[in-house]
Design a protein around this ligand. Structure first.
Ligand SMILES: [Zn+2]
Length: 306
């Protein structure tokens, strides 16, 4: 049985936006009758949980809407619903990680929000739910170490920055284009991110197909195995999909299903508890985004036999 955490309160009103916030509900709809999958509602994280990662000034801005620029630094229109919704999305991530420690695997129908930094949001990410989760579990004594495997199209810059001061966290990002200045590169080899001792990145070249992706994963995943994290958070992004407006990659639905299968084969073989989140996906036809996410559940079923 797989528990997947969903709450209708995840979605704040953001108007017409490239970020298809309704996709989380659509994925939940697609799972409701799926055998072996239980949808559960998470509790929101507390202010204390958030303050381990984010500054008091930033938290206040998200709560109150002031100062305006900071409250909208993630590029969403601020509303009074924003703060409760992002407490719930971080809560979903935390509940899934906790569940994974019990069951070996779990999911949250939320984004990981990997661009969010300590004192501001960025790229549709308000609070960094991945790091909020990890720090909450460490503070509670439930884990000592954790890792993030980020396979969203975009580089997990917020997570990497937060990892730099957190020896208990190892962040690994396999990204297909750059997100600095929200500008995608046709050739990621032009510019590489600067890695640190506990954050590493691998650039997927433009036109990256399944074979190239697998070669890079085979180079990257052993770094995770070496760390033996107590829990792994897997950011299963839908935006590497070739029709995505941001994607320079050549990965279709089957390729991304194969990606997820490979991740789960890895976590299963190494006995690493894994909780996954959905992450980006901006293809105009939202059903194609939803299919990428539902395929992650199919990969789970194939590997873990749910
Ligand atoms: Zn992305």
């Amino acid at each position: 049985m797989l528990t997947a955490y969903f709450h209708p309160g995840y979605a704040a009103p953001i108007g017409q936006h490239i970020m298809p916030i309704r996709k989380f509900g659509l994925v939940a709809d697609g799972l409701r009758d799926a055998p072996g999958i239980k949808l559960a509602r998470p509790e929101p994280v507390t202010g204390r949980d958030l303050l381990r990662v984010h500054t008091a000034e930033y938290l206040e801005a998200i709560k109150t809407g002031e100062p305006h620029d900071l409250a909208q630094s993630q590029k969403f229109p601020w509303s009074p619903e924003l703060f409760p919704s992002v407490c719930l999305t971080s809560g979903g991530c935390l509940a899934a990680a906790r569940r994974a420690l019990q069951d070996g695997v779990s999911a949250a129908l939320v984004s990981g929000f990997h661009h969010a930094s300590a004192d501001h949001g960025e790229g549709f990410c308000t609070f960094n739910g991945l790091v909020v989760t990890i720090d909450a579990l460490v503070a509670a004594g439930e884990i000592r170490t954790a890792a993030v495997l980020d396979m969203d199209l975009h580089y997990g810059n917020g997570t990497a920055q937060l990892a730099a001061s957190r020896p208990h966290l190892f962040a690994l990002s396999l990204y297909g284009n750059d997100f600095w200045d929200n500008f995608s590169y046709r050739d990621v080899s032009e510019r590489q991110h600067v890695d640190g001792s506990n954050h590493k990145s691998f650039a997927l070249p433009a036109g990256c197909d399944r074979q190239t992706l697998f070669e890079i994963m085979d180079e990257a995943l052993p770094l995770l195995a070496k760390r033996k994290p107590d829990v792994l958070l897997y950011q299963a992004g839908a935006d590497p999909y070739f029709e995505d407006p941001y994607s320079p990659l050549a990965l279709d639905h089957d390729d991304l299903l194969a990606r997820d299968r490979r991740v789960f084969e890895f976590t299963k073989a190494h006995g690493i508890p894994v909780a996954w989140v959905l992450a980006g996906g901006y293809t105009n036809d939202v059903s194609k985004v939803v299919r990428v996410h539902l395929n992650t559940f199919a990969a789970w079923r194939e590997v873990y036999g749910g």
